[in-house]
Design a protein around this ligand. Structure first.
Ligand SMILES: [Zn+2]
Ligand SMILES: [Zn+2]
Length: 250
Protein backbone atom coordinates (compact mmCIF):
# COMPACT_ATOMS: atom_id res chain seq x y z
CA UNK A 1 0.00 0.00 0.00
CA UNK A 2 1.42 3.39 -0.97
CA UNK A 3 0.17 6.69 0.37
CA UNK A 4 0.10 10.12 -1.25
CA UNK A 5 3.23 11.14 0.61
CA UNK A 6 5.12 8.12 -0.74
CA UNK A 7 5.06 6.14 2.49
CA UNK A 8 4.63 2.40 2.10
CA UNK A 9 2.91 0.09 4.49
CA UNK A 10 2.66 -3.64 4.59
CA UNK A 11 -0.95 -4.65 4.17
CA UNK A 12 -0.71 -8.43 4.26
CA UNK A 13 -4.08 -9.96 4.78
CA UNK A 14 -6.00 -6.67 4.79
CA UNK A 15 -9.28 -7.06 2.90
CA UNK A 16 -12.81 -5.70 2.91
CA UNK A 17 -12.11 -2.56 4.88
CA UNK A 18 -11.46 1.00 3.71
CA UNK A 19 -7.78 1.84 3.10
CA UNK A 20 -8.06 4.51 5.79
CA UNK A 21 -8.12 1.90 8.59
CA UNK A 22 -4.70 1.05 9.96
CA UNK A 23 -4.33 -1.83 12.38
CA UNK A 24 -1.87 -1.52 15.24
CA UNK A 25 -1.34 -5.07 16.36
CA UNK A 26 -0.15 -5.32 19.94
CA UNK A 27 0.57 -8.31 22.13
CA UNK A 28 -2.92 -8.44 23.64
CA UNK A 29 -5.20 -6.74 21.12
CA UNK A 30 -5.43 -4.58 18.03
CA UNK A 31 -6.26 -0.91 18.10
CA UNK A 32 -6.92 1.19 15.00
CA UNK A 33 -5.89 4.47 13.50
CA UNK A 34 -8.51 5.92 11.16
CA UNK A 35 -7.00 8.50 8.86
CA UNK A 36 -8.90 11.47 7.54
CA UNK A 37 -7.83 14.71 5.89
CA UNK A 38 -9.27 16.81 8.70
CA UNK A 39 -8.98 14.68 11.80
CA UNK A 40 -7.42 11.28 12.23
CA UNK A 41 -8.62 9.33 15.23
CA UNK A 42 -7.74 6.25 17.23
CA UNK A 43 -10.21 3.57 18.24
CA UNK A 44 -8.74 2.26 21.51
CA UNK A 45 -5.10 2.53 22.50
CA UNK A 46 -3.77 -0.99 23.12
CA UNK A 47 -1.52 -2.07 25.93
CA UNK A 48 2.10 -3.19 25.71
CA UNK A 49 4.44 -1.79 23.10
CA UNK A 50 1.81 0.12 21.17
CA UNK A 51 3.31 3.60 21.74
CA UNK A 52 6.29 2.59 19.62
CA UNK A 53 4.04 1.09 16.92
CA UNK A 54 1.69 4.07 16.90
CA UNK A 55 4.62 6.50 16.65
CA UNK A 56 6.11 4.50 13.79
CA UNK A 57 2.81 4.37 11.92
CA UNK A 58 2.21 8.11 12.32
CA UNK A 59 5.70 8.78 10.98
CA UNK A 60 5.24 6.40 8.03
CA UNK A 61 2.01 8.11 7.06
CA UNK A 62 3.67 11.52 7.18
CA UNK A 63 1.37 12.63 10.00
CA UNK A 64 2.10 14.47 13.24
CA UNK A 65 1.06 13.50 16.78
CA UNK A 66 -1.46 16.33 16.79
CA UNK A 67 -3.02 14.88 13.61
CA UNK A 68 -4.83 12.55 16.03
CA UNK A 69 -7.76 14.65 17.15
CA UNK A 70 -9.74 12.08 19.11
CA UNK A 71 -9.55 8.73 20.82
CA UNK A 72 -12.72 6.64 20.92
CA UNK A 73 -12.80 4.02 23.66
CA UNK A 74 -14.84 0.88 23.10
CA UNK A 75 -14.38 0.17 26.80
CA UNK A 76 -11.94 0.67 29.62
CA UNK A 77 -10.23 -2.72 29.99
CA UNK A 78 -6.47 -2.41 30.28
CA UNK A 79 -5.77 -3.89 26.82
CA UNK A 80 -7.85 -1.07 25.29
CA UNK A 81 -7.12 1.87 27.58
CA UNK A 82 -3.55 0.82 28.42
CA UNK A 83 -1.93 3.69 26.54
CA UNK A 84 -4.65 6.25 26.98
CA UNK A 85 -2.67 8.56 29.28
CA UNK A 86 0.36 8.43 26.98
CA UNK A 87 -1.69 9.04 23.83
CA UNK A 88 -3.52 11.98 25.40
CA UNK A 89 -0.25 13.63 26.35
CA UNK A 90 1.53 12.83 23.10
CA UNK A 91 -1.23 13.90 20.72
CA UNK A 92 -3.47 16.24 22.73
CA UNK A 93 -6.45 14.23 21.44
CA UNK A 94 -9.82 14.43 23.18
CA UNK A 95 -11.04 11.13 24.57
CA UNK A 96 -14.59 9.89 24.05
CA UNK A 97 -15.95 7.05 26.14
CA UNK A 98 -19.03 5.91 28.04
CA UNK A 99 -19.43 7.18 31.62
CA UNK A 100 -19.69 3.61 32.89
CA UNK A 101 -16.10 2.98 31.75
CA UNK A 102 -14.52 5.62 33.97
CA UNK A 103 -13.96 3.22 36.85
CA UNK A 104 -12.30 0.72 34.52
CA UNK A 105 -9.97 3.43 33.22
CA UNK A 106 -9.19 4.69 36.71
CA UNK A 107 -8.67 1.14 37.89
CA UNK A 108 -11.18 0.87 40.71
CA UNK A 109 -14.09 -0.91 39.06
CA UNK A 110 -15.96 -2.94 41.72
CA UNK A 111 -15.79 -6.38 40.13
CA UNK A 112 -18.00 -8.99 41.78
CA UNK A 113 -18.42 -12.75 41.57
CA UNK A 114 -16.40 -14.55 38.93
CA UNK A 115 -15.33 -11.25 37.34
CA UNK A 116 -13.12 -10.58 40.36
CA UNK A 117 -10.58 -12.55 38.35
CA UNK A 118 -10.71 -9.88 35.69
CA UNK A 119 -9.98 -7.30 38.38
CA UNK A 120 -7.03 -9.33 39.64
CA UNK A 121 -5.60 -9.74 36.14
CA UNK A 122 -5.99 -6.03 35.46
CA UNK A 123 -4.38 -5.13 38.79
CA UNK A 124 -1.40 -7.34 37.92
CA UNK A 125 -1.20 -5.78 34.45
CA UNK A 126 -1.35 -2.26 35.85
CA UNK A 127 1.48 -3.06 38.22
CA UNK A 128 3.65 -4.90 35.69
CA UNK A 129 3.28 -2.33 32.93
CA UNK A 130 3.21 0.75 35.15
CA UNK A 131 -0.23 1.72 34.02
CA UNK A 132 -1.16 5.38 34.30
CA UNK A 133 -4.89 6.07 34.16
CA UNK A 134 -6.06 8.31 31.36
CA UNK A 135 -9.05 10.59 31.37
CA UNK A 136 -12.34 10.46 29.45
CA UNK A 137 -13.02 14.02 28.27
CA UNK A 138 -16.45 13.55 26.75
CA UNK A 139 -19.08 11.01 27.66
CA UNK A 140 -20.84 9.22 24.83
CA UNK A 141 -24.29 7.65 24.75
CA UNK A 142 -26.13 5.35 22.39
CA UNK A 143 -26.98 6.94 19.05
CA UNK A 144 -24.63 9.88 19.38
CA UNK A 145 -23.18 10.85 16.00
CA UNK A 146 -19.50 11.70 16.23
CA UNK A 147 -18.09 13.96 13.51
CA UNK A 148 -15.07 11.79 12.70
CA UNK A 149 -14.12 9.63 9.71
CA UNK A 150 -17.18 10.69 7.76
CA UNK A 151 -19.41 10.15 10.79
CA UNK A 152 -19.37 7.47 13.47
CA UNK A 153 -22.46 6.54 15.44
CA UNK A 154 -22.11 5.30 19.00
CA UNK A 155 -23.73 1.89 19.42
CA UNK A 156 -24.00 1.04 23.11
CA UNK A 157 -23.36 -2.70 23.35
CA UNK A 158 -23.25 -3.61 27.06
CA UNK A 159 -22.48 -7.12 28.23
CA UNK A 160 -18.71 -7.38 28.18
CA UNK A 161 -18.73 -4.24 30.32
CA UNK A 162 -21.54 -1.91 31.23
CA UNK A 163 -20.37 1.00 29.10
CA UNK A 164 -19.03 -1.10 26.23
CA UNK A 165 -19.66 0.67 22.91
CA UNK A 166 -19.24 -0.05 19.24
CA UNK A 167 -18.82 2.62 16.58
CA UNK A 168 -20.73 2.41 13.32
CA UNK A 169 -19.74 4.09 10.08
CA UNK A 170 -22.80 4.41 7.82
CA UNK A 171 -20.52 5.65 5.04
CA UNK A 172 -18.54 2.42 5.06
CA UNK A 173 -21.31 0.22 6.50
CA UNK A 174 -18.78 -0.94 9.06
CA UNK A 175 -19.03 -1.61 12.79
CA UNK A 176 -16.13 -1.49 15.21
CA UNK A 177 -17.41 -4.12 17.60
CA UNK A 178 -14.94 -3.87 20.48
CA UNK A 179 -14.94 -7.06 22.55
CA UNK A 180 -18.30 -8.50 21.50
CA UNK A 181 -16.24 -11.45 20.27
CA UNK A 182 -12.73 -12.52 19.35
CA UNK A 183 -12.13 -13.68 15.79
CA UNK A 184 -9.22 -16.02 15.03
CA UNK A 185 -9.12 -18.75 12.41
CA UNK A 186 -8.40 -21.35 15.07
CA UNK A 187 -11.07 -20.05 17.43
CA UNK A 188 -13.94 -17.62 17.21
CA UNK A 189 -15.30 -17.08 20.67
CA UNK A 190 -17.24 -14.91 23.07
CA UNK A 191 -15.19 -13.16 25.73
CA UNK A 192 -14.49 -15.55 28.65
CA UNK A 193 -17.05 -15.32 31.47
CA UNK A 194 -14.55 -13.82 33.91
CA UNK A 195 -14.24 -10.77 31.62
CA UNK A 196 -17.94 -10.02 31.23
CA UNK A 197 -19.27 -7.65 33.91
CA UNK A 198 -22.93 -7.67 32.83
CA UNK A 199 -23.41 -10.88 30.79
CA UNK A 200 -27.19 -10.64 31.13
CA UNK A 201 -27.06 -7.65 28.76
CA UNK A 202 -25.15 -9.52 26.05
CA UNK A 203 -28.15 -11.03 24.16
CA UNK A 204 -29.76 -7.61 23.59
CA UNK A 205 -26.46 -6.27 22.28
CA UNK A 206 -26.12 -9.18 19.84
CA UNK A 207 -29.66 -8.47 18.65
CA UNK A 208 -28.74 -4.83 18.21
CA UNK A 209 -25.86 -5.76 15.92
CA UNK A 210 -28.13 -8.13 13.99
CA UNK A 211 -30.64 -5.34 13.39
CA UNK A 212 -27.88 -2.96 12.38
CA UNK A 213 -26.57 -5.63 9.99
CA UNK A 214 -23.26 -3.99 9.08
CA UNK A 215 -21.56 -5.19 5.92
CA UNK A 216 -18.20 -5.23 7.67
CA UNK A 217 -17.26 -5.89 11.29
CA UNK A 218 -13.90 -5.02 12.85
CA UNK A 219 -13.30 -6.41 16.35
CA UNK A 220 -10.23 -5.77 18.53
CA UNK A 221 -8.99 -9.34 18.85
CA UNK A 222 -8.46 -11.00 15.46
CA UNK A 223 -6.03 -12.64 13.09
CA UNK A 224 -6.45 -10.79 9.77
CA UNK A 225 -8.11 -7.46 9.04
CA UNK A 226 -11.02 -8.59 6.87
CA UNK A 227 -14.38 -6.97 7.64
CA UNK A 228 -16.43 -9.49 5.72
CA UNK A 229 -14.73 -12.49 7.28
CA UNK A 230 -15.40 -11.13 10.77
CA UNK A 231 -19.06 -10.46 9.91
CA UNK A 232 -19.45 -14.08 8.76
CA UNK A 233 -17.72 -15.37 11.88
CA UNK A 234 -19.86 -13.14 14.12
CA UNK A 235 -23.01 -14.57 12.54
CA UNK A 236 -21.79 -18.14 12.87
CA UNK A 237 -20.75 -17.68 16.50
CA UNK A 238 -24.07 -16.21 17.55
CA UNK A 239 -26.09 -18.50 15.25
CA UNK A 240 -27.51 -15.70 13.14
CA UNK A 241 -28.44 -15.91 9.48
CA UNK A 242 -25.67 -14.03 7.66
CA UNK A 243 -27.17 -10.83 6.28
CA UNK A 244 -24.44 -10.88 3.64
CA UNK A 245 -23.93 -7.16 3.64
CA UNK A 246 -27.60 -6.34 3.02
CA UNK A 247 -28.54 -3.97 5.80
CA UNK A 248 -32.00 -4.60 7.18
CA UNK A 249 -32.44 -1.59 9.42
CA UNK A 250 -30.69 1.75 9.22
ZN1 LIG B 1 -12.37 -6.20 27.16
ZN1 LIG C 1 -9.95 -6.78 24.79
Amino acid sequence: MRFANGAKLSCCGVRNVPATIHCIRGVMSCCHLLTDDDASIMVDTGMVGEPLLIRRLIRKLGLQPHSIKAVLLTHGHIDHAGNLAWLQEWSGARVFGHADEVRHVVGNYPYTGITRWCGRLEAAGRFLFRYRPGRIDEFITDGLELPFWGGLRVIHLPGHSKGHCGFFSAQHNLLFSGDMFASYFFKVHKPPAILNSVPELFPASIEKVRRLAPRWIVPNHYDVLDGELHRRRFCRLFQLADWDGQRKVV
